[in-house]
Design a protein around this ligand. Structure first.
Ligand SMILES: Cc1ncc(COP(=O)(O)O)c(C=O)c1O
Length: 347
């Protein structure tokens, strides 16, 4: 991504450190997040990141404090909560009044009248939610921002329109082509003079590029339901359990056999631990076979956990037909290390 000229949108000190370690320039990093800790803000200011997307009024005072301490001007965008609903799962809607994100319009009106010496409010940020399949909510948001700027005589240099561009998870997902997003957003921005436009298309870039390969441990046939029990669970891929999301699932070897329906479930001690429900699979699929869960490149590994004291799985990058392990399988000694009281003997 760096080689292709992209920057990074981070949401924690950890993500910021990771971006810096990966070689991104601080001037290509923006920092969003509804709950930035003071130490995180100070660290980002010391590192000279490009901009903070501010989500709370008090956050600006903290930025001002550290701007003064290090005698630095700091770029700020106000993340506005525009109370715009989008057609997506309610867990990934982020710009309605009942969502924790952003600053409401009345507070923003008050903030832009305040004087800051070090925090320089350069523009506006919004992020409407994720898996947005049509461009019109972005256009509506841009129109709202134009109205806000006009009514409050607030000139902006910078606009960050967030991410959320939908990707296909099934063959039937209807998503407006990204070119249309580009064209319509560009046209909506025609009459605002901006120096910088930022986009945060997280899932769009990586979502369809990853797969999860998991082994079948057991096949359980009941009169009422068939189960395939695999060695990956909700700790490895939480999206189906968390938001009922749908991932295509295939056997890695296609068998010429009658197809029957199975629930594909993991080994975790939760009924909600599943990867797919009522999926057609070959009737003769068996222990030791592998299945592949598609489109897990975004919010897959990054949302994984060690629940049930399970080791996180390795990540393998396939590039030009070569494979590279880019994250090793975890080990128990790594996992138990932070537990101060544990003496790791032979296990
Ligand atoms: C501020 C912000 N920008 C961008 C994104 C990326 O969203 P998506 O992966 O849906 O494009 C998120 C996701 O949570 C976000 O919170």
């Amino acid at each position: 991504m760096k080689e292709n000229g992209l920057g990074v949108d981070v949401v924690s000190e950890g993500e910021l450190k990771k971006a810096l370690l990966a070689g991104f320039s601080p001037s290509d990093i923006v920092f969003a997040g509804v709950g930035k800790r003071e130490e995180e803000i100070e660290y980002a200011i010391k590192k000279n990141i490009f901009c903070f997307n501010v989500e709370n009024e008090e956050e600006l005072d903290i930025i001002e404090k550290y701007g003064r301490k290090y005698n630095k001007k700091i770029n700020v965008n106000l993340r506005l909560n525009l109370n715009i609903d989008v057609d997506t799962h309610h867990y990934i809607k982020t710009s309605r009044m009942e969502n924790k994100f952003g600053i409401d319009i009345d507070t923003a009106k008050r903030i832009i009248k305040k004087e800051f010496k070090f925090a320089e409010i350069k523009g506006i940020h919004f992020h409407l939610g994720s898996q947005i399949k049509e461009v019109f909510p972005y256009i509506k948001a841009i129109e709202e921002i134009k109205k806000f700027c006009l009514e409050n005589k607030f000139n902006i240099d910078m606009l960050d329109i967030g991410g959320g561009f939908g990707i296909p998870y099934t063959y039937t997902d209807k998503i407006q082509p990204i070119e249309e997003f580009g064209k319509e957003i560009k046209s909506a921005l025609k009459n605002i003079k901006l120096k910088t436009i930022i986009l945060e298309p997280g899932r769009f870039i990586v979502g369809n590029s990853g797969v999860l390969i998991t082994k079948i441990l057991y096949v359980k046939n009941r009169k009422t339901k068939n189960f395939i029990i695999v060695d990956a669970g909700m700790n490895d891929l939480i999206r189906p359990s968390l938001y009922g999301s749908y991932h295509l699932i295939y056997p890695t070897i296609l068998k010429n056999s009658k197809q029957i329906k199975f629930d594909i479930v993991g080994p975790i001690c939760e009924t909600g631990d599943y990867l797919g429900k009522d999926r057609e699979m070959p009737e003769n699929i068996k222990t030791g076979d592998y299945i592949v869960v598609m489109s897990i490149g975004a919010y897959g590994f990054s949302m994984s956990s060690n629940y049930n004291t399970r080791l996180r799985i390795p990540e393998v990058l396939v590039k030009n037909n070569k494979i590279n392990i880019i994250r090793k399988r975890e080990t128990y000694s790594y996992l138990f290390k932070p537990e101060i009281s544990s003496k790791i003997g032979k296990i």
